[in-house]
Design a protein around this ligand. Sequence first.
Ligand SMILES: *[C@@H]1O[C@H](CO)[C@@H](O)[C@H](O)[C@H]1NC(C)=O
Length: 113
Amino acid sequence: MRVTSLVSLLALAAPLASAFTLSAPTNPTSGEVTEIHWTFKATDPATFDLFLMNSTQAFGLVAFLGTELETDLGQITTLLPALPAGDDYQLRAVNVENVDIVLAFSPVFAVAA
Ligand SMILES: *[C@@H]1O[C@H](CO)[C@@H](O)[C@H](O)[C@H]1NC(C)=O
């Protein structure tokens, strides 16, 4: 019981450490333009890198969607690369100097072909 609650706390700790939140894009389609939105607090880093991931893989990098994006923009419009249709996509915002420092994950979302 005690071990279980400790594990739950650790799992929660990473997302709570940052105020940054990343939304899933709305109806994203392979090879088409999509909008990506995020929210932030003044304490978040001024820039970040944005990755498109396959959420079922630990290191499932699919594409770089942006490098050194300005946090205070709050959104970008970007062209998605040609992608296989699937339900397992996820955005990941990371620290520009250390990609292992994750600012936020988006919810998992589907991309249409
Ligand atoms: C994500 O990875 C899994 C496991 O390798 C694979 O079966 C699936 O097709 C991948 N999804 C996409 C959208 O590439």
